[in-house]
Ligand binder design. Structure first.
Ligand code: HEC
Length: 175
C-alpha cells in the first residue's frame, strides 16, 4: 500500500517534471537569495542601525551596554590625547608611547558582540582609523622623537574625533 502510494507520487512528479519551469523557479530563487544577501550585507556593513537625530546628525541605535562601552572608550581616547600632548610638551617619549598605546587597536578586543553590525561603515572606519593612528603614534614616539612630527600626528587624530562627533550621536534603545 505504502509502496504503491509513494510510487504514484514519484510517478506524478515525473510527469510534472518540466525542466524549463524548474529552471525558471531555480533562477528566481537564486536571484531572490542573492538580492536578500546583498541587502542584508549592505544593511549590516554599510548602513548600520540608525535614525535621524533632531540636530541633523545620525543617531546610532545601541543598547545600554554598548553605549557604556563606547563612552568608556571615548573617555580613554580623551585621557590618552591629553597625556600624549603632555608627554610631547615635556619631551617624555615613554609617556607619549604608553598613553597612545592605551587607545590602540587592542581596545576592540572586548567590544560587545553585535555592536559592529549597528554602527555605519563610516563610523567603523573613523573609529578603527583613530585606534590605528594611536598605535602609529606610539611607535613614532619610540622611533622619531620629533615633537613637531608627533604633534602633527596628534592633530590628525583630533580631526577624526571631530569628524565623528560632528556626524554621529547615540540613541539608547533597549536594556
Ligand atoms: C567613530 C566615531 C568617533 C570617534 C572617532 C571619536 N568619537 Fe568620541 N564620541 C562619539 C560619539 C557618537 C559620542 C557620543 C556623542 C553624543 O552623546 O552625542 C562620543 C562621545 C565622546 C565623549 C563623551 C564620553 C562620555 O562619557 O559621555 C568623549 C570625551 C569623546 N567622545 C572623546 C573623543 C576623543 C578625544 C576622540 C578622538 C581621539 C573621539 N572621541 C573620537 C564618536 C566618536
Amino acid at each position: 500500500m505504502i509502496n504503491s502510494i509513494s510510487l504514484r507520487y514519484s510517478y506524478d512528479f515525473f510527469l510534472d517534471f518540466n525542466p524549463p519551469f524548474v529552471m525558471k523557479k531555480l533562477a528566481f530563487l537564486t536571484v531572490f537569495f542573492f538580492l536578500t544577501t546583498v541587502g542584508l550585507v549592505f544593511k549590516f556593513i554599510v548602513v548600520g542601525d540608525v535614525q535621524k537625530h533632531y540636530d541633523g546628525r545620525v543617531a546610532v541605535k545601541v543598547n545600554q551596554d554598548e553605549v557604556n562601552y563606547i563612552r568608556e572608550k571615548m573617555r580613554g581616547f580623551l585621557s590618552s590625547f591629553q597625556e600624549v600632548a603632555d608627554g610631547i610638551a615635556k619631551e617624555n617619549y615613554e609617556e607619549v608611547a604608553s598613553a597612545a598605546r592605551r587607545s590602540g587597536k587592542f581596545i576592540r578586543d572586548n567590544a560587545p558582540a553585535g555592536l559592529v553590525g549597528k554602527v555605519p561603515l563610516r563610523f567603523k572606519s573613523l573609529g578603527f582609523d583613530t585606534q590605528d593612528r594611536f598605535d602609529v603614534l606610539a611607535q613614532a614616539a619610540k622611533e622619531h622623537r620629533d615633537p613637531k612630527y608627533l604633534l602633527s600626528q596628534l592633530s590628525a587624530i583630533a580631526k577624526n574625533c571631530a569628524a565623528c562627533h560632528y556626524s554621529y550621536t547615540f540613541k539608547v534603545v533597549g536594556p
